[in-house]
Write a protein that binds this ligand. Structure first.
Ligand code: ZN
Length: 282
């Protein structure tokens, strides 16, 4: 009897052979599920509320890695530290860079691009998924890797890809409609919206300077800049302390809005962000 059950389990597992895919951040899970559908099992490394700049995987997650078929990397800081270790943990696991083909921009500080950092690739902005344009490229990269892993379901993935690309375009259109205001500047604690700003001709002013709190002199400059530009909101995210943002907001008498660029509902989140910049209610 035991033998029969074991055989049955084995047959079932073959018939139900899904691709075991690992991703770093939540929006990637959304993208992979949109295109992979029920043919892919997705494992998320950086759980909600944690920062992709500093996250360390748990032992149970190293076990997940040993069972994975493919790791979809996106270029967040976490991967620079851990991807090599993951490859050593599971040498059969393919690693696919889904940021391939995306032109990375420099990190901004105080709204100014540091053009003297051209040679410094470490200083490129890793938050590529805040741009619908970039997510189009990401979606196609995911599709191309899935059909390589599982050509039998090519049509299924193609249908999903087309649907998702339409969804991206619709999101982009909605955001453009929302952002028809004059004021082009917005203030954030951690500068994770650089690609969004670039897509919609906005200027991101960051409180953080190279991952650290600003010095008193820089802080004073920020307050003056925010007043001059009539910044009407400061954005913070749950992955970072908002103490300094609250202090600044208090001084400027403007609200703080907490929004994570790592939200699972990627498109809705971008629209919410756009509405907050444009000072429009839902
Ligand atoms: Zn970040």
């Amino acid at each position: 009897m035991k033998k029969i059950i074991l055989v049955l389990l084995f047959v079932c597992s073959i018939l139900d052979a899904k691709i075991n895919g690992v991703v770093s951040i939540l929006p990637q899970q959304t993208f992979l599920e949109a295109i992979g559908g029920d043919k892919v099992d997705v494992t998320l490394m950086i759980k909600p509320g944690n920062s992709p700049h500093t996250y360390e995987p748990k032992p149970s997650q190293m076990k997940d890695i040993s069972k994975a078929d493919v790791y979809f990397s996106i270029g967040v800081e976490f991967e620079k530290v851990w991807l090599e270790k993951f490859k050593n943990q599971n040498q059969n696991m393919k690693v696919i860079d889904i940021s391939k083909g995306i032109k990375k921009i420099d990190m901004v500080e105080h709204g100014h691009n540091h053009s003297n950092h051209d040679e410094d690739h470490e200083n490129k902005d890793p938050h590529i998924w805040t741009s619908p344009k970039n997510v189009r490229i990401i979606a196609k990269n995911i599709y191309n890797s899935l059909i390589k892993l599982d050509i039998a379901n090519e049509n299924y993935y193609k249908t999903n890809l087309d649907k998702f690309l339409q969804h991206i375009d619709a999101t982009d259109k909605k955001i453009k409609t929302i952002l028809n205001q004059k004021n082009r500047k917005f203030m954030v604690f951690h500068p994770s919206w650089g690609y969004f700003a670039k897509d919609y001709n906005l200027i991101q002013v960051a409180i953080e300077v190279e991952g650290k709190n600003p010095k008193p002199k820089e802080l004073k400059h920020l307050v003056e800049e925010a007043k001059e530009e009539k910044v009407n909101v400061i954005f913070t995210s749950p992955e970072f302390s908002d103490a300094l943002a609250l202090q600044l907001a208090n001084e400027l008498k403007i609200p703080v809005i907490k929004i994570s660029p790592l939200n699972k509902n990627w498109s809705q989140n971008l629209e919410t962000f756009a509405k907050a910049i444009a000072n429009k209610k839902d």
